[in-house]
Design a protein around this ligand. Structure first.
Ligand code: AMP
Ligand code: ZN
Ligand code: FE
Ligand code: FE
Length: 289
């Protein structure tokens, strides 16, 4: 295996992954990663521990975040890279997103209870063990209580958008999400575009609109993208002057089929993609100062 591989999309136990920041970096090191970004949902809490561990293991560490934007019919997630995790505006907005989760989560618990499941919000908080409590934590508790055989089954039957226990939460608009990432000095990348759930004919227009809002890149190389999707999104990126990035979306035991660096087995994200991301962040910093 090449020693030039990286992973720019991973989650720790500070959001809905199972590995601690240190464990995640150690696992990435055992898979010979040259660089890793942690992209927890709505939090930068993993960064200090991960940075220290990365120094120790000789891995380049990239700061990151994943923000869920207002969008339908599918989901739109925006990744921010090279962000300043100490940005005050970022902290403010992330706090608002955390509050939106705290409003939504008891409603999810009530929906599950009305469906006949003994799922208390307190138990879910305890299982999550961090401030960012999300649907995967509900799903895992349902597995532990024997209501479903897998986290995926919990989503498919109860928790996915449109399913009986799904509850909307307040989100930032795509435009505000991109602006927030830029304000924190970061590079804004559209995560896993297949989840937008738009037809191949329409996706290019949507991406062009996001580019006009300031989008910097597309995560073309993604665990759950087929080889054809990876090339097609990379071609769209090239046509619109956007960067290409890639990552596994590693969540540890919350997405048991996805390994860090290698995804479901065929993921290969070359280091050169990160160099382009860093160059874009540096160019923006130059422009601002
Ligand atoms: P939340 O932020 O609480 O809405 O949860 C979003 C997270 O749940 C995503 O980042 C995924 O990790 C997971 N997720 C969302 N939709 C699905 C799905 N249909 N199947 C499996 N996992 C999902
Ligand atoms: Zn997640
Ligand atoms: Fe995502
Ligand atoms: Fe993710």
């Amino acid at each position: 295996m090449s020693d030039d591989l990286i992973d720019l999309h991973t989650h720790t136990n500070q959001s809905d992954g199972s590995a601690s920041p240190e464990e995640l970096i150690r696992t990435a090191s055992s898979k010979k990663a040259r660089a890793v970004a942690i992209t927890d949902h709505d939090t930068v809490a993993a960064i200090p521990e991960a940075r220290t561990a990365a120094d120790r293991f000789g891995i380049e560490f990239v700061t990151g975040i994943e923000i869920s934007a207002e969008y339908s019919p599918g989901t739109m997630h925006l990744l921010g890279y090279c962000i300043d995790e100490k940005s005050v505006l970022l902290a403010e907005k992330l706090d608002a997103l955390k509050k939106a989760r705290q409003k939504r989560n008891p409603q999810i618990a009530r929906r599950l209870q009305s469906l006949g499941f003994d799922i208390g919000y307190g138990e879910v908080i305890q299982l999550a063990g961090n401030e960012i409590v999300g649907r995967p934590h509900f799903a895992k508790l349902m597995v532990e209580k024997g209501y479903v055989a897998s986290i995926q089954e919990a989503f498919d039957r109860f928790l996915k958008k449109g399913a009986p226990a799904y509850v909307e939460k307040a989100r930032l608009s795509p435009s505000d999400s991109i602006a927030l990432i830029h304000d924190a000095g970061g590079v804004a990348v559209l995560a896993h575009p297949y989840q937008l759930k738009v037809s191949p004919e329409k996706v290019e227009n949507l991406i062009a609109e996001l580019r006009d809002l300031g989008l910097d890149g597309i995560e073309a190389i993604y665990s759950r993208h087929s080889p054809a999707e990876r090339s097609s999104y990379a071609e769209i990126a090239a046509r619109h002057g956007l960067l290409v990035t890639g990552g596994s979306d590693y969540h540890g035991s919350y997405k048991p089929d996805i390994s860090i660096v290698t995804g479901v087995g065929d993921l290969e994200v070359p280091y050169a993609l990160l160099e382009a991301v860093k160059a874009r962040a540096a160019a923006r910093a130059e422009h601002v100062s």
